[in-house]
Design a protein around this ligand. Structure first.
Ligand SMILES: [Zn+2]
Length: 570
C-alpha cells in the first residue's frame, strides 16, 4: 500500500474531550473519528486493526468448537416480553418504533434471539452440545459514554451461547470458553485476571469477568495480597473484621445534641471519633415494604447485595418525606432504635459485633451514644451488605488483605442455567425420551474495547506500539526523499519483496519532511520500520527498526532477513 493512495489522516492534537491514552492516540493516529458522543467511524487503519482482533477471536472460537452465526440487531418487543426483560433489563436498551407502531430494541445482548432460534430447530440430545457465536454491533444506552472505544454507545462484541443437555455438559462448555479466552488474550498481548463478578440483568451463576489491570479501567478489582482471591468490587466479599474495630469508647447509653451533624463525617468530627465506630442507617423501599439497612459508619452500602438479601424485585431509597413519616426525624438523623415494627432491620454482618456505637436518634439534631445491638435494638436479619474496599480481610485465606486495582473489563461469562430455555421453549428429547430444557451458558467479549485496551497497555509518549498480531500493517517503509528516483526504486522493490513474503506493507511515499514521517510511523505504531534515506544513497544500507526500540543497519539485500529476525523477536 502506498501512503499517497491511502486515507490515513493523523492529527497533531488530541480532541479536547479525550482523557485516556487510547482515546487520544486512536483519534490522533487516524484510526477512529467520533460522529457523536460514544459513536465512532472506523477509518481504514482502525478497521484493519478491528478486523485483525476479530480474526484472532474467530480463530480461537472456531478452534474451541463454537460455530459462527450472525443475528439481527433489531429485536422485537414480544420476544423480550417472553423473558420479562423488556422492562427490567438494565441499562434500558435503546428502543425504536416502526411505522406500524411495533417496538424493537437495538440488541444489547442476544439470549432471547439465540434461544428462540435454537428452540425452533434443535430437538434431540443428539444435536447437543451446540455453541453458537457471532461478532456483532451492539448498543448500550450509556449515560456518559467516555474513553473513546472503552465505553461507547455502539460497539463490537463477540457473544457466544452454549446449549448442553445437562450441568456436566455446561461445565465442559464453560471450561472450553475460559481456555479459548485465555488464548485470545495471550495473542492480543493483554494480561488478564479472572475474577468473581456480578450477574446483573443476565442472571445465572458462576459468573466470571476477565479483567485487564490498568489504571484507566472503569472497574475496580479487589485482590488478595497473599492468595488468589480476586473479585469485582461490585460483588467482593470479605471476612468480618476483628471485634475491637467496632468497639466504641464506652460510656452510658444517652441522647446527645448534635446540631447540624447530618453526615457520618460531621458527627465523627464533632465527637472526635472514627467513622467505623458509628452506624449508618439507610432506609429503602423494597417492593411494598420498607427496610432499614445498617452498615458500619465508614462503609458504603452495596445496593445489589441489599436487593439480594431482601429478595426485592424493586429497590429504591426512601424519600425525605417517607423517612420523616417512618422515623419521626429528618434525613441524616435516622437510627435503628425505636423504629416502627413494620420496618425490618437488615444489618451487615459486621454489625453483629457493634458495641457502644453512635447512631441517629430519629429526631433532628440528636444522636444516641453507647448503643449496642441486641440490647438497644434487634436486627431482623444479617447479610453481607457492605461495599468491598481496599484493606478488607480476605474471605478465602487466613491473613491476606484485599488490595484495590483499577481494571478494564474485557469479557464476562455466565452459567445461565435453564431460565431462557424454559421461558422460550428450548427443549430437547433425552435418550430416555424425556423432554428437558437445555442448560445454557453465555460468553461475551468486547472486541472494540479490546482494541482500546491494547493501546492502553502498549503505547509510549510518541504513540501506539501495536502487537504484531493486530497491527494495521506489519511494516512501514519510510522513503525519506521520494524525489530521488534511485531511492524510490529501492523502496518499491523492497515493498514488493516484503509483500511477496507475506507481510502487509505501507510505503510512506508522501512528499513530507522526514520528521513528519518518523512521527507518524511512531504515532500509528507499525511494529517495524525500514528507513530508505541518505544512508541508503551513500552506502547502500537501510535501517530496520522495531517500534519498541531495537534497531539494525543492514545492506538493502539483507533487509528481508533483518525484518524477519526482528519480527520473530517481538
Ligand atoms: Zn487471600
Amino acid at each position: 500500500m502506498r501512503a499517497t493512495q491511502y486515507y490515513a489522516p493523523t492529527l497533531r492534537q488530541a480532541p479536547a474531550e479525550a482523557e485516556i491514552p487510547s482515546h487520544k492516540l486512536l483519534v490522533r493516529g487516524g484510526f477512529i473519528r467520533p460522529l457523536t458522543s460514544g459513536v465512532f467511524t472506523y477509518l481504514p487503519l482502525g478497521l484493519r486493526v478491528l478486523r485483525r482482533v476479530e480474526q484472532v477471536v474467530r480463530e480461537e472460537m472456531n478452534r474451541a468448537g463454537a460455530i459462527e452465526v450472525s443475528m439481527p440487531v433489531l429485536q422485537p418487543q414480544e420476544l423480550w416480553e417472553r423473558t420479562g426483560r423488556w422492562d427490567t433489563f438494565l441499562p434500558q436498551p435503546l428502543r425504536s418504533e416502526d411505522r406500524t407502531g411495533r417496538w424493537f430494541c437495538l440488541g444489547p445482548t442476544h439470549e432471547e434471539v439465540i434461544t428462540d432460534l435454537v428452540a425452533g430447530e434443535v430437538t434431540s440430545h443428539k444435536q447437543l452440545p451446540l455453541n453458537l457465536y457471532q461478532i456483532q454491533t451492539k448498543f448500550r444506552d450509556e449515560m456518559r459514554p467516555r474513553g473513546g472505544l472503552m465505553r461507547a454507545k455502539e460497539f463490537t462484541m463477540k457473544d457466544a451461547y452454549s446449549f448442553d443437555a445437562d450441568w456436566e455438559g455446561l461445565d465442559r462448555s464453560y471450561q472450553a470458553m475460559c481456555e479459548a479466552y485465555l488464548r485470545i488474550f495471550e495473542r492480543l498481548e493483554l494480561e488478564v485476571l479472572i475474577v468473581e463478578a456480578e450477574a446483573g440483568s443476565m442472571g445465572g451463576r458462576d459468573t466470571r469477568e476477565f479483567m485487564c489491570l490498568n489504571e484507566n479501567g472503569e472497574d475496580t478489582v479487589l485482590m488478595c495480597d497473599s492468595c488468589d482471591y480476586a473479585a469485582n468490587a461490585e460483588c467482593a466479599t470479605s471476612r468480618v473484621c476483628e471485634p475491637e474495630a467496632l468497639e466504641g469508647p464506652g460510656g452510658v447509653y444517652e441522647r446527645i445534641d448534635t446540631p447540624g451533624a447530618t453526615t457520618i463525617q460531621a458527627i465523627s468530627e464533632m465527637l472526635d471519633m472514627p467513622a467505623q465506630k458509628m452506624l449508618k442507617t439507610l432506609l429503602y423501599q423494597a417492593d411494598e415494604r420498607f427496610v432499614a439497612a445498617l452498615v458500619r459508619g465508614d462503609r458504603d452500602l452495596n445496593e445489589t447485595k441489599l436487593q439480594r438479601a431482601t429478595s426485592a424485585e424493586q429497590l429504591r431509597m426512601a424519600t425525605a418525606a417517607e423517612i420523616e413519616e417512618l422515623t419521626g426525624g429528618p434525613v441524616g438523623f435516622s437510627g435503628p432504635v425505636g423504629l416502627p415494627d413494620e420496618v425490618e432491620i437488615v444489618a451487615d454482618d459486621e454489625i453483629k459485633l457493634l458495641r457502644n456505637a453512635v447512631v441517629g436518634a430519629n429526631e433532628a439534631d440528636a444522636h444516641l451514644v453507647g448503643v449496642s445491638v441486641g440490647r438497644d435494638f434487634e436486627v431482623g436479619r444479617y447479610a453481607d451488605l457492605r461495599q468491598g474496599a481496599a484493606g478488607d480481610l480476605c474471605p478465602q485465606c487466613e491473613d491476606g488483605k484485599l488490595q484495590a486495582q483499577r481494571a478494564i473489563e474485557m469479557a464476562h461469562i455466565f452459567k445461565l442455567d435453564t431460565r431462557y430455555s424454559e421461558e422460550l421453549g428450548a427443549l430437547y428429547t433425552s435418550e430416555e425420551g424425556e423432554r428437558k430444557p437445555m442448560v445454557m451458558g453465555c460468553y461475551g467479549m468486547g472486541v472494540s474495547r479490546a482494541m482500546a485496551a491494547i493501546v492502553e497497555e502498549h503505547h509510549d509518549d510518541s504513540g501506539i506500539i501495536w502487537p504484531q498480531e493486530v497491527a494495521p500493517f506489519d511494516i512501514v517503509i519510510l522513503l525519506l526523499d521520494p524525489d530521488k528516483t534511485e531511492l524510490a526504486e529501492i523502496a518499491e522493490n523492497l515493498t514488493v519483496q516484503l509483500e511477496e513474503t507475506g507481510y502487509e506493507v505501507m510505503l510512506d511515499d508522501r512528499d513530507e519532511r522526514p520528521g513528519v514521517k518518523f512521527n507518524d510511523a511512531d504515532l500509528i505504531g507499525y511494529p517495524i520500520s525500514v528507513i530508505v534515506g541518505r544512508r541508503t544513497e551513500e552506502s547502500g544500507e537501510v535501517e530496520v527498526r522495531r517500534r519498541d526500540g531495537e534497531e539494525q543497519v543492514v545492506a538493502v539485500s539483507e533487509a528481508l532477513s533483518a525484518v524477519q529476525k526482528l519480527a520473530a523477536q517481538a
